[in-house]
Design a protein around this ligand. Structure first.
Ligand code: FES
Length: 141
């Protein structure tokens, strides 16, 4: 049911934890399952120097966040925004259809953390939208 990459990131998640004095913190909930994701970013000179996550989420949420943090570290904010849930899912060689909504949690938490960073620094990030009240991953609101 799960690919080897998913199992690897689930069993050995990368970048779990928190960043003290993070530049941006984002927390979102998945209304479909009640799971929660929190992402911490350290940003310097527009580059994501470090990223960590904590989750009360399922294995697919752990795996997608793990690989998402790996993919964004070292990237500019603009390039990190291109790490969508679709990209993350592809990097994991796919997720079962019933688990696709879990990958949205990582993307939303990343965007919320970037929004927090932008607000704290009084800047706007092109293409970044504030997370909506309803964050169950349907992108219809
Ligand atoms: Fe909740 Fe996967 S079942 S994030």
């Amino acid at each position: 049911m799960y690919t080897e990459k998913v199992m690897d990131h689930f069993a050995n998640p990368r970048n779990v934890g928190e960043i003290k004095g993070a530049s941006g913190i984002g927390q979102v909930g998945n209304a479909r399952c009640g799971d929660i994701m929190k992402v911490f970013l350290k940003i310097e000179n527009n580059i994501i120097e470090d990223a960590k996550f904590q989750t009360f989420g399922c294995g697919a949420a752990v795996a997608t966040s793990s690989i998402a943090t790996e993919l964004i570290i070292g990237k500019t904010i603009e390039d990190a925004l291109k790490v969508t849930n679709k990209v993350v899912t592809e990097e994991l060689d796919g997720l079962p259809p019933a688990k696709l909504h879990c990958s949205v949690l990582a993307e939303e938490a990343l965007h919320a953390a970037l929004w927090d960073y932008a607000e704290k620094n009084n800047i706007t990030i092109a293409g970044l939208k504030k997370a909506t009240e309803c964050s169950h991953g349907c992108h219809e609101h």
